[in-house]
Design a protein around this ligand. Structure first.
Ligand code: NAD
Length: 349
């Protein structure tokens, strides 16, 4: 059984949650991160090895130092808009970094890889919910670089016997139950932290990009999956790779879409605060709805998302509110809502 896992990008939002979950399972994570976007204080469950994934020699040293028998790869440039303005850095880190990592793993005979992929590899969906058989036509630089890395991993698997699992996350959201790690990207472009900040009165009104989509309330629909559920999927992927050769790409989502207005409604119920917002034009390239069909992950990994949107928002608020000085540390977000509020669960059209 794999025991020691090197987490590339483990000082970031998703990677740190996975490190925590691995340590809880008695496994030994070590983090390799250049701290370009991650936080030193998120590395608590194993050593931090500072380095750049594009530096093959540094990655080889880290694999040996950690005694890693598996790697999880989270390090990437992720801000979609920035990718359009600066594709060079996206190809460099997301594709070049993956190539460097794969060469390092090969040099060290480290033969198991879990890769953080994304639903952005699909682009505009042809049919919903999205299955893994959907055409892969990413609509932006970010998605193209993530797909290129995924394909490179599959090629290494076919030629060199690497065992791999690409987890295509939908929208990662929420925070760990203890409020130790949260979603704080810089710049932040993700809906839930932005909407919470507006609810906290710390930012201008939230911009709702489009209220004229062909969805039930006109706003865009996404599949928000709790980051602790994502962490669970990573552990299941490791277990599978211990037993099975080959590779696979799997959707990791809830299978339930939530609209922007439903997110706002849930935030207001959970926090007891209004979420000031204004309607802005649609953004180019934003599909009206994205929602996973997670049945292949259920069949292959036994994965099932356990948290709903209310839990996502409760944990995110419990992380942010004390740090923003809105509620005291350890306070519950909103006594009236915890455990009782559940958003309407309408399927994606
Ligand atoms: N957050 C989401 O909703 C989401 C959705 C789909 C896919 N993903 C994928 O999940 C992964 C993690 O996302 P996240 O939200 O945790 O991002 P994040 O920015 O919080 O974490 C990325 C980490 O990688 C590190 N890093 C970046 N470039 C590096 C380099 N050259 N060398 C070493 N370390 C480097 C950063 O310092 C950071 O700690 C990414 O690969 C992303 O594409 C995220």
């Amino acid at each position: 059984m794999t025991k020691r896992i090197l987490i590339i990008g483990g000082a970031g939002y998703v990677g740190a949650h996975v490190a925590k979950a691995l340590a809880r399972r008695g496994l030994e994570p070590a983090v390799f991160d250049d701290l370009s976007a991650g936080k030193r204080e998120y590395v608590k469950w194993g050593p931090l090895i500072e380095g750049d994934v594009r530096d093959q020699r540094a990655v080889e040293d880290a694999i040996r130092q950690a005694g890693a028998d598996a790697v999880m790869h989270f390090a990437a440039r992720i801000e979609v808009g920035l990718g359009e303005r600066d594709p060079a850095s996206f190809y460099d880190v997301n594709v070049g970094g993956a190539a460097s990592l794969l060469r390092a793993m090969r040099a060290c005979a480290c033969e198991q890889l879990v890769y953080s992929s994304t639903c952005a590899v699909y682009g505009e969906p042809v049919s919903l919910p999205l299955k893994e058989t959907e055409p892969l036509k990413p609509a932006n630089v970010y998605g193209r670089t993530k797909l290129a890395a995924e394909q490179m991993i599959a090629d290494f698997g076919a030629a060199y016997g690497l065992r791999w699992t690409a987890l295509r996350y939908f929208n990662a959201a929420g925070a760990d139950a203890e409020g130790e790690i949260g979603e704080e990207h810089e710049p932040e472009t993700h809906l839930i932290p932005l909407a919470l900040k507006a609810a906290a009165g710390l930012s201008p009104p939230l911009q709702v990009f489009g209220n004229d989509y062909p969805t039930k309330d006109g706003s865009a629909i996404r599949d928000y999956v709790h980051v602790e559920d994502l962490a669970d999927a990573h552990i299941r992927a490791l277990e599978l790779m211990n037993a099975a050769e080959g590779g696979r790409a799997l959707n990791v989502g809830t299978g339930r879409g939530a609209s922007v207005f439903e997110v706002i409604e849930t935030i207001e119920a959970v926090t007891g605060r209004a979420t000031p917002h204004e309607i802005a034009p649609r953004r180019a390239g934003d599909p009206p709805a994205l929602c996973a069909d997670p049945s292949l992950a259920a069949k292959t990994l036994g994965f099932e998302a356990r948290s709903d949107l209310a839990r996502i928002i409760e944990t995110a608020w419990a992380y942010h509110a004390p740090r923003w000085g809105v509620i005291g540390p350890g306070s519950t977000p909103s006594p009236k809502s915890i455990g009782r509020f559940s958003p309407s669960r309408r399927e994606t059209p």
